[in-house]
Design a binder for this molecule. Structure first.
Ligand SMILES: Cc1cc2nc3c(=O)[nH]c(=O)nc-3n(C[C@H](O)[C@H](O)[C@H](O)COP(=O)(O)O)c2cc1C
Length: 136
C-alpha cells in the first residue's frame, strides 16, 4: 500500500472542507500546509484553490521546501469557475522530483456571487469517493 498524506492550503475554508471529507474516507489526518511534511510520502492529496488564476504563494513555498519528500501529488481543487489548478501545479512540478497524478478532483468553490454554496454536500461526497479510488 502506498503511504498517503493529506495537506490543504486555504483562504476561505473550502480546501479544508475537501481535505476533511477525504480525511474521513481515508482515515488519514488532514493538515494545513504550514505543518509541512515530516516523512516522505508516496501520494500526497493536495487540496487547494485558484486565486487570480494562480496558486497561493504559500503553496508554492511548501512545494519548494518539501519537493524531495513527495512521490506523487493528487490534485484536489476548487475554483469559482470550476477550472482546475492542474496547469499551475504542472508548472511547479517542472524540474522537481515529484510527479502530478493524472487523476484529480475539481469542483466549484464559492467566490462572491459565483458558485454560491459550493463546495456543497454532494461535492464533499464526490471528493471522498474520488479519494478512495485514487488512494489505491
Ligand atoms: C482572492 C481570490 C481570487 C480568486 N480568483 C479566482 C480565479 O481567478 N478563478 C476562479 O475560478 N476562482 C477564483 N477564486 C475562487 C476560489 O478559487 C474558490 O473560492 C476556492 O474554492 C477557494 O478555496 P479556499 O476556500 O480553499 O481558499 C478566487 C478567490 C479568492 C479569494
Amino acid at each position: 500500500m502506498p503511504t498517503i498524506a493529506i495537506r490543504y492550503c486555504t483562504r476561505t475554508g473550502h480546501s479544508r472542507q475537501l481535505a476533511e471529507a477525504i480525511s474521513e474516507a481515508l482515515h488519514c489526518p488532514a493538515l494545513d500546509i504550514s505543518e509541512g511534511l515530516q516523512e516522505p510520502v508516496d501520494r500526497l492529496f493536495l487540496c487547494n484553490g485558484m486565486y487570480a488564476a494562480r496558486l497561493d504563494k504559500q503553496l508554492k513555498f511548501f512545494l519548494e521546501a518539501y519537493a524531495d519528500r513527495i512521490g506523487e501529488i493528487v490534485n484536489v481543487c476548487s475554483s469559482a469557475s470550476g477550472r482546475s489548478t492542474r496547469k499551475q501545479l504542472l508548472r511547479q512540478a517542472e524540474g522537481r522530483p515529484f510527479r502530478l497524478s493524472p487523476r484529480e478532483f475539481c469542483c466549484k468553490g464559492a467566490f462572491h456571487a459565483l458558485a454560491k454554496g459550493h463546495p456543497d454536500a454532494n461535492d464533499l461526497k464526490a471528493a471522498a469517493s474520488f479519494a478512495v479510488l485514487a488512494a489505491r
